[in-house]
Design a protein around this ligand. Sequence first.
Ligand SMILES: Nc1nc2c(ncn2[C@@H]2O[C@H](COP(=O)(O)OP(=O)(O)OP(=O)(O)O)[C@@H](O)[C@H]2O)c(=O)[nH]1
Length: 694
Amino acid sequence: MSKIRVYEYAKQVNKTSKDIINKLSELNTPVSNHMATISDETIKKLDQTFKASSKEQPKQKQESKKPDNKKGSGQQSSKAFNKNKKKQKKHDNPKKEAPKQEPKRANTKPKQPEKITYTGSITVGELAEKLNKETNEIIKKLMFLGVMATKNQDLDEDALELICGEYGVEVEEEVEVDKSDLTNYIAEEDPEKLEERPPVVTIMGHVDHGKTTLLDSIRNTKVTEGEAGGITQHIGAYQIRENDKKVTFLDTPGHAAFTSMRSRGAQITDIAILVVAADDGVMPQTIEAINHAKAAEVPIIVAVNKMDKEGANPDRVMQELTEYQLIPEDWGGDTIFVNLSALKGEGIDDLLEMILLVSEVEELKANADRLADGTVIEAQLDKGRGSVASLLVQNGTLRVGDPIVVGNTFGRVRAMVNDLGKRIKSAGPSTPVEITGLNDVPLAGDRFVVFKDEKQARQIGEMRQEIQLEEKRGSQSRVSLDDLFEQIKQGDIKDINVILKADVQGSVEALAASLQKIDVEGVKVNIIHTGVGAIKESDIILASASNAIVIGFNVRPDNNAKKAAESEKVDIRLHRVIYKAIEEVEAAMKGMLDPEFEEKVIGQVEVREIFKVSKIGTIAGAYVTDGKVTRDSGIRLIRDGVVVYEGEIDTLKRYKDDVKEVAQNYECGITIKNYNDIKEGDVIEAYVMEEVEI
Ligand SMILES: Nc1nc2c(ncn2[C@@H]2O[C@H](COP(=O)(O)OP(=O)(O)OP(=O)(O)O)[C@@H](O)[C@H]2O)c(=O)[nH]1
């Protein structure tokens, strides 16, 4: 028998959940609430009490519920009743009708639906409507069940199930299908058709520990061995053959690419090779790599590299790694360690053997006999070929001519090339290929799905493109230090969001603290994310999502981050000196608050006479030769073509009157603020500052 919950049982025997709970505690099998499940044995005991009399139940229920009807469900039935008796006269009192309702009851019952559905969430009021009940009745029932809720409150799943259970109504959440979601178009797997597939391997480890050398070494010894005549083609991954089995290596070493893929929801790695140099031991990026692999729940094989070097100490590496729960089999753990020299090509066979072993244990499977889906490894625009994307087929078989949606792009697979530069017609699971034929360039980590029908692929692709465009349009234009002023002026931003990456934690903290102290007229720096290490694609995605600028201190963006920053239009600022970084942000903020002004000369005045007045200073008796001079204009005093003073007008008079401006061909008296050394023959140039339209 399947599990039954207290409220379900209560419903079966026409009792309240509370009755059942009380009975259960009497039977010494107490339960915590109405949702508790009851065992078969307990059910038997309950049956003895409740089912023995259940034959009489309906009658009993009707009788016992009679008084109730007036308060609770009675209201509901009166509503239903009124609905059924539309022609009934208005002055009819439903209460009076109550006794008459009784036989009619059976007819009104279908009014309560057998099943209700909802999407997302449902309020008490909405539920009442769906159940065809009065809201008050639902609220009361909920109270009785220990749930306090008002009409407009959302009900959680438990409460919803509970109350619908009380009414004997089935409830189901309707999940809205997102038509643009590619995963909806991946057909359900037929387990019968699953077959072993090659593992996909990523090589990770600390800088200079030999990741690239190892990748090259494997490729050189293994690829060319089997496939003579091929010309190595960099498509982001390659495949080798060992003991008649294939292994796929992603050839962007390091965990940056691995993580940026993961941040986009793509999980393509089956096995991580952790390269640790035997002469150097565990280093910061070794630990990062371990954490990334663990977070992705990918099995790790440790490759202790540079064994040929003097000072190589594999035991030390093993010892150090025990701290991170990577314990060799010899020491009672389950981590595979392989000693090798990538440079000399020694130990490579052992490593491959171990990869095949782990992959066997992992039981990696796929179905080649279906439409393909997988992930973009990398993509770019090629001048001659247009959009070129390297894809890893993860399931199914990809064929030339297939209608395909890749991320927000779509098309038909026009040409397909493998890692040896050979044109191929089809590619099965775990195969990396490079394709052309897409209408645009997708991003690394994007998912691809093949469609049967080209029309549908186009439709879905266009829908996805449209959504992406909408998102772009809807999102604020990106902040950049260059146009910060404009955006603040328009009231678009109040805080400047910053993502901070630095080489060491100390710098992160110092820079973050200083940036946060900047306050230019209420506009502040808001640090939304900090981290140590290179600027990664995930930083850019975060910046793009939160309209932030990225500041890198002694670090640089990796390639994926650069590409993403370009496409997402995220402003990256790189610095090597802390105060310069602070200065730049502060200057941009001040710049934005002090709008740019441009000087505009409005007139020329000739000094013709000088009057020295003891209390006032020097007054220039002058004549406006060109334009005009105004009371609030700035002035430049020019003597023999040289600016001798720059300042402001103090007083401007015509005869004895203060005036605001004096026009061309008029005489005036001028004093200059804080300056008395005016001479006959000087020229006063008057100018104003005008705000520049940006
Ligand atoms: N002696 C010796 N040197 C090695 C071995 N493997 C790699 N090296 C050397 O170590 C240096 C770094 O190797 P890479 O393969 O570039 O290291 P990496 O981990 O890819 O470095 P990054 O790409 O900078 O992270 C190079 O000078 C290699 O020649 C090895 O097995 N033995």
